[in-house]
Write a protein that binds this ligand. Structure first.
Ligand code: EPZ
Length: 427
């Protein structure tokens, strides 16, 4: 993957409208669902980001075929992906794929359900902390899979998955998604309890139902799935990306900015709206859009990241950047991942005054930010540093910026359209 430097000349007001793309974290499990049927899935509103391209490449290596192969070189034709898996050519997920994105773990359940075998590289660690998958494996083993480590691979086999009544030991988004997909083709009925409630899980369930799965929610955190012998193709539109929407909404709250975020699902960002409202930010929601105007004095906040519908960990870094501009000391507690404050040292290089104590960051507000050379480590930290660079006086250069392109479609272009002076340089 080529690497980039993003150069920003900050302190310029952002004004105008930005349209939100489809949700990366819905499209990833929905692409994995291609393995569940031999007929074609057509997914609309798929974001053109690196993680999606990697997942499409993984599916094609497994045997997925697109209509008019040439047009699907990248698997993305505009924002629609049309893929079918007539048969799984190999049960091996290419190791370079699994090293690139942890989302490759989402292929485990569907491959086991479809052909009884899967070989996936154990997902690498990642810059936001330990990313365990023991809940995924526990559920799949309870469904009858034999899973063992063979070198760098996890090898999973089973004759046929059978339905279980399973309670997740802890909330896991991709764990819930893996087992929903496995259950769709399992023998008998599966009840999954203590499931993650993120909107992306519900969107996957809607796709599975469209594919003919017998799946229904039983309250907020329980799904009942009656296994079917086979699923069919379907067409589905991916929901808007609430994390991208929240990132631009936060951008609009910085002094001097006036940003409309279009094509959003306001209900998916209730916890962010609550925090911004508590800070006294000038934010309106309605008609599938948000409107944020900076300039008001912002009150500090006390935020704890939690599973949905709590405050999303994926917006923690971006909000922390805004809190450097509030009048007073804010507290940000990260309870989902154990190492998700790597953006703090970089923000402090811009002039922020943030102190990390264990799982909490104390953010002293009212700090004037000045451009600096920064280095980013992960996708959402990259977005936080971009927001910092936009607010800082002078030039900010962000190295290792390919991370941004893993999950944000055309962010530099979208920000330029809002008036930002931002350019991409090859590293
Ligand atoms: C999903 O990751 C998202 N990724 C993440 O977004 C998001 O931050 C995360 O959910 C939390 O909302 C995708 O959907 C592709 P988890 P996931 O399993 O499923 C522990 C982004 O920036 N855990 O919900 O990997 C785990 O260690 C990415 O778009 C176990 O202990 O997260 C973590 O502390 C970053 N055992 C916590 O649970 C398990 O088997 C939440 O993990 C699984 C998880």
């Amino acid at each position: 993957m080529r690497n980039f430097i993003i150069s920003i000349r900050g302190g310029r007001p952002l004004a105008g409208s930005v349209a939100v793309a489809g949700a990366k974290n819905a499209a990833l499990p929905e692409l994995a669902a291609v393995c569940l049927a031999s007929e074609e899935l057509e997914l609309a509103n798929v974001p053109q980001v690196e993680d999606i391209r990697v997942m499409v490449a993984a599916l094609r290596a497994l045997g997925a075929e697109g209509q008019g192969d040439g047009a699907l070189r990248e698997g993305l034709e505009g924002h629609a992906v049309r893929l079918a898996m007539p048969r799984l050519r190999t049960p091996l997920v290419a190791p370079e794929i699994a090293r690139t994105t942890r989302a490759s773990v989402l292929l485990l359940g569907p491959m086991l359900a479809r052909c009884g075998e899967a070989r996936v590289s154990t997902p690498g660690g990642c810059p936001i902390g330990e990313r365990k998958i023991d809940f995924h494996l526990l559920g799949l083993e309870r469904m009858g899979a034999e899973i063992r480590a063979e070198g760098e691979y996890l090898v999973a086999r089973c004759r046929r998955l059978r339905g279980i009544d399973f309670t997740f030991p802890g909330k896991t988004v991709t764990g819930t998604e893996n087992l929903l997909m496995a259950a769709a083709l399992a023998e008998g009925t599966t009840v999954l309890r203590n499931c993650a409630c993120e909107p992306e899980v519900g969107d996957l369930a809607a796709l599975l139902a469209a594919m003919g799965a017998d799946i229904e929610a039983d309250g907020e955190e329980t799904w009942v799935v009656r296994g079917r012998p086979a699923l069919r193709g379907a067409r589905h539109r991916v929901i808007p990306d609430r994390i991208e929407a929240g990132t631009y909404l936060i951008a609009g709250c910085f002094a001097g900015n006036d940003v409309r975020v279009e094509g959003v699902e306001p209900a998916h960002l209730g916890s962010l709206l609550e925090v911004l409202d508590g800070m006294g930010a000038d934010v309106e929601a309605g008609g599938g859009a948000f409107h944020a105007r900076g300039g008001r004095a912002l009150r500090p906040a006390a935020v704890v990241t939690e599973p949905y519908p709590g405050f999303p960990t994926d917006l923690q870094a971006q909000l922390t950047t805004l809190l450097t501009q509030a009048d007073g000391v804010s507290r940000v507690r990260e309870t989902i991942f154990n190492d998700r404050f790597r953006h703090v040292a970089e923000l402090n290089r811009l002039g922020a005054a943030i102190e990390v104590r264990g799982d909490e960051a104390l953010v002293r507000g009212g700090t004037r930010l000045r451009g600096a050379v920064l280095r980013t480590t992960d996708l959402r930290a990259s977005a936080a540093l971009v927001l910092g660079g936009l607010a800082a006086a002078g030039e900010t250069r962000i190295e290792n910026a390919y991370q941004l392109f893993r999950g944000y479609e055309d962010m530099p272009a979208k920000l330029q359209a809002l008036g930002a002076e931002i350019e991409i340089l090859e590293e």
